[in-house]
Write a protein that binds this ligand. Structure first.
Ligand SMILES: Nc1ncnc2c1ncn2[C@@H]1O[C@H](COP(=O)(O)OP(=O)(O)O)[C@@H](O)[C@H]1O
Ligand SMILES: [Mg+2]
Length: 361
């Protein structure tokens, strides 16, 4: 039995209202670090709150450690939660903020002390136990919030956008700290974010949500290399995947302009309208005329590589090349696409037309 099992879970906020979570199915194993990712309003918090017991489950089943918990109250579930707004008590020092939940549960003083000191040690807060929240940095405050979760010794951590209030640099640092914490404690974690980079860098498995539906479940590599829908392809990865429109005839992949992009190594039959997805790293500037042209409209040196933005076949695209590549704004360049790395999606349904992983295996 998995640590958490969700079967056919649905959510309506009231009986007349619209369903916001549709048929959610997921098994989570012990020690996994699962990230729910998707745009604002797709249902991440609703799903997490149902797992926490803070929101009722309209239908379906939620199992934890082999027990059906649909009707178990939040306080009786074996979870600890960290929110975006981790509101610390301003008049309490760090020690008392971390100890708060344990004091409420009337644990012995010595036990609380041991737990809080241990958590503070893990989080590098030992020196700050006497400080008030106002005398801490944003990152230290977020660590105190994590401390509150750790001392509860729960077997499941639920985190809802815990880093969104921090500036970019601190977010990256806290990302590492949370991953290290997970590595050290091994606590099964569900982490919610709208930030695809957080999902890619932190997750052992990602659940991509869109409008209350699961679009895809997979490791970061699977989701990036083998997106099963155009939605996932567009949402995951930075810069976002490029899209051109075309068709497949025989095994020829053609742009709507009539140019042949290349020969597919797999047979998918003729397709009248395909969305052709190409990651920026899979397009190069060709030395000769390929017939696929791009007018450069912006060049960004990112340090290790150069992002060239332009217009090709009526679409805005961005390609990623070595910094030594010489191009100027308004110049027209010829493109070479790595045909073995393109992703094809049905233009009507958005579904992937083949598994890139399987083809390239
Ligand atoms: N308390 C609520 N009452 C009614 N509808 C809600 C409530 N909370 C969220 N929703 C709706 O449920 C959907 C999912 O919201 P939410 O789970 O907060 O998304 P996310 O966390 O991915 O941004 C949205 O359409 C939102 O408007
Ligand atoms: Mg939310």
């Amino acid at each position: 039995m998995p640590k958490i099992k969700m079967t056919s879970i649905k959510k309506k906020y009231d009986n007349k209202g619209e369903e916001v979570i549709h048929d959610f199915n997921l098994d989570i194993e012990e020690n996994e670090f699962i990230v729910f990712v998707g745009p604002s309003g797709c249902g991440k918090s609703t799903t997490l709150r149902m797992i926490a017991g803070l929101e009722s489950i309209t239908s379906g089943e939620l199992w934890m450690d082999g027990k059906l918990v649909n009707d178990v109250q939040a306080k009786d579930r074996d979870i600890a939660m960290v929110f975006q707004n981790y509101a610390l008590f301003p008049h309490y020092n760090v020690y008392d903020n971390i100890a708060f939940g344990l004091k409420m549960k009337k644990y012995k003083r010595s036990f609380i002390k041991e737990r809080v000191e241990q958590a503070a040690e893990i989080l590098g807060l030992t020196k700050y136990l006497k400080r008030k929240p106002k005398d801490l940095s944003g990152g230290q405050r977020q660590r105190v919030a994590l401390g509150r979760a750790i001392v509860r010794d729960a077997h499941i951590f639920l985190m809802d956008e815990p880093l969104s209030n921090l500036d970019a640099k601190l977010r990256i640092q806290m990302r590492k700290e949370i991953i290290n914490l997970h590595r050290r404690l091994g606590t099964t974690t569900i982490y919610v974010t709208h930030d695809q980079t957080e999902a890619m860098t932190m997750a052992s498995r990602i659940v991509v949500l869109n409008d209350g539906y699961i679009e895809q479940i997979g490791t970061p590599e699977q989701v990036y290399n083998n997106p099963q829908s155009k939605f996932v392809a567009e949402f995951m990865g930075s810069p976002p995947m490029n899209f051109l429109e075309g068709s497949v005839k025989g095994n020829q992949l053609m742009l709507d302009s009539g140019e042949v992009l290349g020969e597919l190594s797999q047979s998918i039959g003729d397709v009248e309208k395909v969305d052709i997805g190409i990651r920026s790293e899979n397009i190069d500037i060709a030395a000769h005329d390929t017939g696929i042209n791009m007018t450069v409209n912006h060049v960004e040196l990112m340090g290790a590589d150069l992002h060239i933005h332009g217009n090709a076949d009526g679409k805005e695209i961005v390609i990623r090349v070595v910094p030594s590549e010489k191009v100027a704004v308004n110049e027209q360049v010829s493109l070479r696409v790595n045909i073995d790395m393109v992703h094809l999606f049905d233009a009507n349904t958005g579904k992937a037309l083949f598994d890139r992983e399987k083809v390239n295996a």
